[in-house]
Design a protein around this ligand. Structure first.
Ligand code: COA
Length: 350
């Protein structure tokens, strides 16, 4: 029998409520991934939830049982693209699992997504490198399968301890001379003369990279939205390191971005993409190596980089292995499609 779990929407401006949501989220993530759990810090998540974004509506929820918070959930609705989709998240700390809390949260969030006319539900779950490749037996995967989600795409999570020896970077750079292209790197916001093309490449990243079974559209490439997100990242204490390869007429042919968290100090690899007409010149490798070199010079205290790669991207994985990246886990992208929006079931329980 399901427990009498109450689901409550969180006010991100209420410090106590947001902290309770974050505690449940962080504890649940750490339970499965230990030191390799990639957790947004309390302040990073607060800044994101408080942002009045024009392109994404975000909501968080807590599950309450006998007056105590026993789980957290999230819902993100893109407002300018992917209008049939919703990103859902459910996190239950170890002590409260297998009592129906996750199912109650998911039912509530799915009902809210249906009310917003979203028929494609997406979620993510991580499992450690020691687990089977397909995540069999892992809580997130088993829970998601039980609720009708399929594994649409699986990425490898890799970790690189810094610094990388300059000699290794030079050796790899020699394999990617990028002749005919100019390299430009910077720390902080994307320069004005580059931002429109950068935002356009960033917006198609999810559809140009391997998408597996994901039913996904390119994101909108609004420069004002991009700048608003950069401002939010500044509030979050994050620092961006960007590198582009420019054609002889100044067009952005390739871009890459590393973001350093002001709290845990780690660097995270964000997007890397080469424009279609400029592929085949190893520009992706070039910009990544240049960016890594800049990161090591400007931020020598950064201890490590985390990145995700499609398991099918054998070439990039081979380069990453030469740089010293080691696998730490997998990230599964889950998807469930409803034929049409279901009737809202506020307060529904599984
Ligand atoms: C996945 C998670 C939310 C499940 O929370 P929960 O409160 O334990 O889930 P429920 O009790 O509602 O489980 C419902 C069903 O899912 C399946 N399930 C959940 N955890 C499972 C596990 N460890 N092994 C096998 N099946 C599992 C079972 O069928 C379970 O029903 P049962 O207990 O009657 O057998 C929780 O483990 C978690 O926070 N994991 C980390 C974050 C994550 O991966 N979230 C999933 C993204 S949607």
């Amino acid at each position: 029998m399901s427990p009498p779990v109450q689901i409550r929407r969180v006010d991100p401006f209420d410090t106590v409520e947001h902290n309770q949501w974050w505690q449940a989220y962080a504890e649940a993530k750490r339970a499965d991934m230990g030191e390799n759990a990639l957790i947004w810090t309390l302040e990073e998540s607060r800044a994101e939830m408080q942002q009045r974004s024009e392109n994404t509506e975000r909501r968080t929820y807590v599950a309450v049982l006998d007056g105590a918070v026993v789980g957290g959930g999230s819902l993100a609705l893109s407002l300018k693209d992917n209008l049939r989709s919703a990103a859902v998240g459910v996190t239950v700390p170890l002590a409260h699992r297998r009592r129906g809390v996750g199912s109650a949260l998911l039912a509530h969030i799915e009902a809210e997504a249906a009310t917003a006319d979203r028929t494609i539900l997406r979620a993510e779950t991580a499992w450690p490198a020691s687990a089977p490749d397909d995540g069999a037996g892992q809580p997130g995967i088993e829970f998601a399968r039980r609720h009708g989600y399929t594994l649409a795409l699986s990425d490898l999570q890799n970790r690189l301890e810094l610094p990388v020896d300059d000699a290794i970077i030079d050796e790899l750079l020699a394999e990617a001379p990028a002749e005919g292209y100019a390299i430009r790197s910077w720390v902080g916001p994307v320069p004005d003369e580059i931002v429109a093309e950068w935002a356009a490449l960033d917006a198609v990243l999810d559809t140009e990279a391997p998408t597996g079974e994901l039913d996904i559209e390119a994101a909108s490439a609004d420069v004002a939205d991009y700048r608003a997100d950069e401002q939010m990242q500044a509030l979050q204490g994050r620092t961006s390191f960007g590198t582009v390869a420019l054609t002889s007429d100044g067009r952005v042919a390739a871009y890459t971005q590393l973001v350093v968290s002001g709290d845990d100090g780690n660097a995270y690899q964000w997007g890397t993409l080469v424009r279609r007409e400029d592929r085949g010149h190893r520009l992706g490798l070039r910009v990544k190596l240049e960016n890594l070199r800049m990161l090591q010079r400007h931020s020598p205290e950064t201890p490590r980089i985390y990145t995700y790669n499609a398991a099918s991207n054998a070439h990039m994985l081979a380069v990453n292995t030469r740089l010293g990246f080691r696998p730490t886990g997998r990230l599964g992208e889950l998807q469930k499609k409803a034929d049409r929006p279901r009737a809202p079931r506020p307060g529904a329980r599984a």
